[in-house]
Ligand binder design. Structure first.
Ligand code: PLP
Length: 473
């Protein structure tokens, strides 16, 4: 990218609040001074630090290494689930690193433990929960591990069910926990097939059903109301894996299926949500919530050394992980102070913009005979493929378009999806493979909405080049 152009997008990012700049670094310095003043009465000491010259050399070398990345922060990165943390999260995280608190126990992170409890209560509040148990953790994997660990203890020996489009972590975690696991087929929209679930439940050995509230591949939302109806009849636990989609409970532009599923999410038994996916946080921030705070008893242990300074709840008493970054809690707390988790608020509007961008792109793809689409996006994730004579030809073209788009600085992703998702749209295409390699685009940044035309232009150009066919409007 030419320097002049870089200046343009940097300015744009600054307006949108995407990157740290001189001004926000000044704000950070002020906050650091304020923090340091709290410890001013301590006697001085000389911290061991390397010389500034050596530090600069190593940091420059690190910067060189870090250039080997896709530009995740830029709207032209429209591939995987990657979104830059909000500047306030970045700043609050860095500020907390002056202390480097550990939220395992109050001894290690008094202020940040309190901030974690507040921030997590706000997340639980989004789902209508007041009296609950929950905490932050390393990410969605760890959060799901805790949820299934609790599920396994409450229904020992019983099956965990999730759909074939659920995150692969559920099968693997069940293996770690030695819980029997089965996956269920999906319908052509990538959602759990409730008829298959109803049939499977007749066998009476199911303890927990994982409802994915936004699958990782396509953003499909499992039909939660129907799953809950079956729970009323069979009495299993429902765990909502909302690692990706959870925040969409605040969005007011969802279609019928997703809307009715999110309306009922508060009635499930446990929820996983990833602030490091849609919550504008740096990596290392997942969250698990349980509707019944009584499950806290399952975590019971008596460590002889960790908890001696206070009778208050230490987060380590209700968490499988021990040491955890207090900085994550500070970042989340600050972000939610600036952007409260409210319907109609700035944060919710940001989610709605990504969804609108995905809808806009979908309409363009649908109207262009060079492409096939499987289904309309339920959240902000799109899947599409170039039309070919066969599924295998279309798959090969997908990879070529991925490369051609990347050369034009548009970064997409590829996904391998069951051919039956595309059944209605294959037309005369020969179905010579069970899966179709398609293109996938996660339009999760609010800025994506203003970039739909640009993204479409680049995609269309890359496609014409690969297919040697001009755009058709
Ligand atoms: C991302 C994701 C996970 C895994 O979470 P990590 O934060 O990557 O560990 C689990 N389930 C779903 C639905 C996800 O999208």
């Amino acid at each position: 990218m030419a320097d002049g152009k870089q200046g343009v997008w940097r300015a744009q990012e600054r307006r949108d609040g995407g990157l740290l700049d001189q001004e926000s670094l000044g704000v950070l310095l002020q906050a650091v001074r304020r923090l340091e003043a709290g410890f001013a009465k301590l006697p001085e000491f000389e911290p061991s630090a390397p010389g500034i010259q050596r530090l600069a050399e190593v940091l420059t070398a690190a910067a060189e290494r870090l250039r080997d990345n896709y530009p995740y922060f830029h709207p032209l990165y429209a591939g995987q689930m990657l979104k830059p943390p909000h500047p306030v999260a970045h700043l609050a995280y860095t500020l907390a690193m002056w202390i480097n608190p550990n939220n395992h126990a109050l001894d290690g992170g008094r202020a940040t433990s309190a901030m974690e409890k507040e921030a997590v209560a706000e997340i639980a509040g989004m789902f209508g929960w007041k009296d609950f148990l929950g905490h932050l953790c390393g990410g969605g994997t760890m959060a799901n591990l805790e949820a299934l660990w609790v599920a396994g203890q409450l229904h020992p020996g019983k099956k965990i069910l999730a759909s074939k489009q659920a995150h692969y972590t559920h099968g693997r975690i069940s293996g770690v926990l030695q819980l029997p696991f089965e996956s269920l087929s999906t319908d052509t929209l990538g959602r759990m097939d409730v008829d298959a679930l109803a049939k499977r439940l007749e066998r009476g050995d199911v303890g927990t059903v994982v409802a994915t509230m936004g699958t990782t591949a396509t953003g499909s939302v499992d039909p939660l109301p129907e799953i809950l109806e079956l729970r009323a009849k069979h009495g299993f636990r429902v765990h909502a894996d909302a690692a990706y989609g959870g925040y969409f409970v605040l969005a007011e532009n969802l279609d019928q299926n997703a809307r009715s599923a999110f309306e009922r999410i508060g009635t499930v038994d446990s929820i996983v949500i990833d602030p490091h996916k849609h919550g504008l946080q740096p990596y290392g921030c997942g969250c698990v919530l349980f509707r019944d705070p009584g499950v806290g008893r399952l975590y019971k242990h008596d460590s002889p050394y960790t908890y001696f300074s206070s009778a208050e709840l230490h987060l380590g008493e209700i968490s499988l992980e021990c040491s955890r970054p207090g900085a994550s809690a500070a970042a989340l707390w600050a972000t939610q102070k600036l952007l409260p988790l409210k319907k109609g608020g700035e944060f919710a509007r940001g989610l709605e913009k990504g969804r609108k961008a995905a809808r806009g792109m979908f309409e363009k793809l649908k109207a262009d005979s060079r492409f096939i689409t499987a289904f309309a996006p339920e959240l902000d994730i799109l899947v599409f493929a170039p039309r070919g004579d066969s599924v295998s030809e279309s798959s090969a073209l997908s990879r070529k378009i991925f490369d051609a788009a990347a050369k034009r600085d548009l970064h997409l992703a590829v996904a391998e999806l069951p051919a039956h998702f595309w059944k209605k749209h294959l037309g005369g295409m020969k179905r010579d493979r069970e899966t179709l390699t398609c293109l996938r685009s996660v339009l999760m940044k609010a800025e994506h909405l203003d970039w739909v035309e640009r993204i479409w232009g680049l995609l269309s150009g890359a496609t014409s080049q690969v297919m040697r066919r001009p755009a058709q409007d």
